[in-house]
Write a protein that binds this ligand. Structure first.
Ligand SMILES: Cc1cc2nc3c(=O)[nH]c(=O)nc-3n(C[C@H](O)[C@H](O)[C@H](O)COP(=O)(O)O)c2cc1C
Ligand SMILES: CCCCC(=O)C(=O)O
Length: 352
């Protein structure tokens, strides 16, 4: 490490989330950086997640009273001050020595909900002890139902208020950049909830969702829906919500950007259950666009990892504060004082 890398982080220099990645990269091992930053195969979907947001133009209204912006929402009986959550990401200790503890502290300071990954490198009880904001749990189901049942009950006992069941990962994608660096966890870092190497549940089906419902006492969301037919099946299965996600382009390359998949899913779900979205959210305007096209809230993955790597808990808080401030700016500048005011009319349609 050179002296530049050892200088303390200066979060005041950060004006947006794009500034963060090079700052974080300079503090991360090559292996950790490649793990976080990379997608699957040729990374088309990674790029499309961003390009699709950039291609959407906004249609502002003026002379609207925006002196009292209100970003609050109610989700599964929980009151959120603003519609941005921390997406579940694995292995926080490879990003920062304090790992998930720093993430939980940073989330709490920003009053954000933190969705803990099944691949946490810190035990849930330790995270719960330092968390001052709401916790949810992301579940990778194993074929071992007794194990999965115990895990759900453990997460519930530690105060996790919802379960995000990841359904887009029967196997991991072709992660060529991870392969090139020979990604592996460094000695001394373990995943206490997934003691064995990832044994994906390739046999998971809709029948297992019925079983999950019988086991869980908290709302279940299915994470990784892109097809409106699957959104319909999710509603039929009686889950509480879905997360439109392509896993940040880390699994199946060349699936569409999530914001491109969203409108058809919104149409099919027709308000029956809340829809959340992640993938490429980097600007407050992205959050606004997702809400306009039918999302109730969004989740952010990579920028949180980079915030953690650069500035620990304070870095996580900073990422959330920047996005939240930008959302408020976008609302004020489009003339939308509340989330309910952010409807499709805020999207510019060139043929109208
Ligand atoms: C480094 C990293 C690790 C991830 N680990 C998990 C995980 O353990 N479980 C999961 O369901 N999704 C995981 N994801 C996917 C995220 O939950 C989320 O879908 C995605 O990161 C959102 O896109 P964004 O990173 O562009 O914001 C991971 C993503 C990244 C970048
Ligand atoms: C083996 C860990 C999988 C975590 C994950 O979902 C990801 O890296 O995208």
């Amino acid at each position: 490490m050179n002296s530049h890398q050892q200088a303390p982080p200066d979060l005041s220099t950060l004006v947006n989330l794009f500034d963060l990645e090079p700052l974080a990269a300079a503090r991360m091992t090559t292996m950790a950086y490649e793990y976080v930053a990379s997608g699957a195969a040729d990374e088309f979907t990674v790029r499309w997640n961003r390009q699709a947001f950039d291609a959407i133009r906004l249609n502002p209204r003026v002379l609207v009273d925006v002196s009292q912006l209100d970003t609050r929402l109610s989700l599964f009986g929980q009151e959120l001050p603003y519609p941005i959550l921390i997406a579940p990401t694995a292995f926080h200790k490879i990003m920062h020595p304090d790992g998930e503890l720093a993430t939980a502290r940073g989330a709490g300071a920003a009053s954000a909900t933190y969705v803990i990954s099944s691949f946490t490198t810190t035990p849930l009880d330790d995270i719960a002890r330092v968390a001052s904001g709401p916790l949810w749990f992301q579940l990778y189901m194993s074929n071992d139902r007794a194990y999965t049942r115990d895990l759900i009950q453990h997460a519930e006992a530690q105060g996790c208020r919802a379960l995000c069941v990841t359904v887009d990962t029967p196997v991991l994608g072709a992660r060529n950049r991870q392969q090139r660096v020979g990604f592996a966890l460094p000695d001394g870092i373990t995943t206490p909830l997934m003691p064995n190497a990832m044994a994906p549940s390739t046999s998971l089906t809709w029948h297992d969702v019925a079983w999950l419902k019988s086991v869980a006492n908290v709302p279940i969301l299915l994470k990784g829906i892109l097809n409106p037919d699957d959104a319909e099946l999710a509603v039929q299965a009686g889950v509480a919500g879905i997360i439109v996600s392509n896993h940040s382009g880390r699994n199946l390359d060349t699936v569409p950007a999530t914001i491109d998949a969203l409108p058809r899913i919104t149409e099919r779900v027709a308000g029956r259950i809340p829809i959340l979205l992640d993938g490429g959210i980097r600007r407050g305007t992205d959050v606004l666009k997702a809400i306009a096209l039918g999302a109730s809230a969004v989740l952010v993955g990579k920028p949180i990892c980079f915030g953690l790597a650069y500035g620990g808990a304070a870095g996580v808080t900073k990422v959330l504060d920047i996005l939240r401030d930008e959302l408020e700016l976008a609302m004020a500048l489009t003339g939308r004082a509340t989330l309910a005011d952010i409807d499709e009319s805020v999207i510019w349609r060139s043929n109208r």
